[in-house]
Design a protein around this ligand. Structure first.
Ligand code: AMP
Ligand code: MG
Length: 423
């Protein structure tokens, strides 16, 4: 049985749901969620973005033989020891895919193509363009250009037979697919896809196709959440916009919990919300209601309904995206069984002074560009209101101003969470 909210809270030093730091949220969620157990076997082409379920042990060495890295001439590098130019007789040709089986003695060499197996006893390749023509078809290697072993790829230098080529928990990117194929492996065992159900709440939220009316806004959160989840490779279950009525909310939460590993809602978790969302979460699940020391995105509900993990995000469109990127994404990656769950931050110089109060984490929308001097520079996108979704479209990353950080001077370095790779 997984730990309850109260049990997790008791394990964390200084846990205060009314003033939780962003780091505190991460620590809590790391204890709340666990990887799903089920795996499946898929073909290598279908393994893109999936999480490897078990170490992949290499059945062969790549490359399988020592081979040439260049088009040129293979010879015994011991002859370079004298330090003078070499003149060598060409006694054969080694083609890629067609080994040369003879033996070359001192004073001899073999013409060799890139990828061809190194003939027995030869360990060095002189690239074609380094050579000069000698007498009687011989080649001349000028002094001082090469060392023994140059331009030879060693057997197993990429992957060694019997060693893990990829570790469990690897999210399979294009390079990993190529690597799997390079081992002659056609199928791999991956974690099953995570199923995530989501819905928006609020009586003022319109679905696409509904006529606009005063005081109502079209639902954008389901669309951003859908996109964010698809980028993570989750199976998505869209439960629509749920009106602020207990029976409808109960049905939506119950349906979601029956079908999904995780439930994401937006709206209805702020302080003083005159709605039934929080009450229903409390009734159906084991849920904590937090005020997070962050901007945007202060209120958030987290817990379990049935066996599903619940992420009750705030309603504001930017707050939804920021809380997703900062907290939900790493938690979902953990549930997916991925080893690396944190987004790598890069450093850029702030093009402007930024006002920031210590004691909360701020995520400002920023555009990173390369400055004239070649360094990375970041500028905020202007209006940082938590409802200004266009700022998320304009930005290419989030400037992360950490909990203890104060004002930032123009030119000072700041951390940026780039969207590329995350969304
Ligand atoms: P709430 O957290 O429910 O108080 O919502 C905060 C703000 O976000 C309100 O202005 C809502 O109208 C807006 N909002 C809530 N849900 C959505 C949604 N699904 N799409 C767009 N805006 C929303
Ligand atoms: Mg609301």
């Amino acid at each position: 049985m997984s730990a309850t909210i109260a049990e997790i809270a008791a394990q964390l030093q200084g846990y205060d749901p009314q003033a939780l730091s962003a780091e505190g949220v991460g620590a809590f969620l790391a204890k709340l969620v666990a990887p799903v157990a089920e795996t499946e076997t898929v073909g290598v082409l279908d393994a893109l973005d999936r999480v490897l379920a078990a170490d992949l042990v290499s059945p062969l060495s790549v490359p399988p033989h020592d081979n040439s890295a260049m088009d040129g001439y293979a010879f015994d590098g011991a002859q370079l020891a004298g330090g003078s130019a070499l003149e060598l007789e060409v006694v054969g040709t080694a083609l890629a895919g067609q080994a040369w089986r003879g033996t070359a003695a001192a004073g001899q060499c073999v013409k060799i193509m890139t990828g061809a197996i190194m003939p027995a006893g030869l360990d060095t390749v002189v690239p074609q363009e380094f050579t000069k023509a000698g007498a009687d078809g011989r080649i001349v290697i000028p002094a001082g250009l090469l060392a023994a072993g140059d331009n030879r790829r060693l057997k197993g230098e990429d992957l060694m037979q019997g060693q893990p080529a990829l570790r469990a928990g690897e999210r399979l990117a294009p390079a990993a697919l190529g690597l799997i194929a390079s081992l002659g492996i056609a199928e791999v065992e991956v974690q099953r896809r995570l199923r995530v159900a989501y819905f928006s709440t609020g009586d003022e939220i319109l679905s696409l196709g509904e006529a606009p009316r005063e005081g109502a806004v079209y639902d954008s959160n389901r669309y951003t959440v859908h996109g964010l989840l698809r980028r993570l490779g989750c199976e998505v279950i869209d439960l629509g916009v749920i009106r602020d009525q207990p029976a409808l909310l109960e049905a939506a939460f119950t349906d979601a919990a029956a079908r999904a590993d995780a439930i994401i809602t937006s709206g209805g978790v702020s302080v003083g919300e005159a709605d039934f969302t929080k009450a229903m979460m409390k009734k159906l699940g084991d849920v904590a209601f937090w005020k997070i020391a962050m901007r945007p995105g202060r209120p958030m509900a987290v817990g379990r309904i049935g066996r599903s993990v619940l992420f009750g995000l705030p309603g504001n469109p930017v707050a939804v995206m920021v809380t997703f990127l900062a907290f939900v994404r790493p938690a979902l990656l953990r549930m997916m069984g991925a080893r690396a769950t944190e987004t790598v931050l890069l450093k850029a110089h702030s093009a402007e002074a930024l006002r920031k109060k210590p004691g909360r984490t701020e995520y400002q929308r920023g555009t990173v560009t390369r400055a004239a001097d070649g360094s990375l520079q970041v500028r905020t996108t202007g209006n940082q209101g938590s409802g200004v979704l266009s700022s998320m479209v304009q930005a290419n990353g989030l400037i992360v101003l950490h909990h203890a950080q104060g004002n930032v001077a123009a030119g000072e370095e700041v951390d940026v969470m780039m969207f590329d790779g995350a969304i």
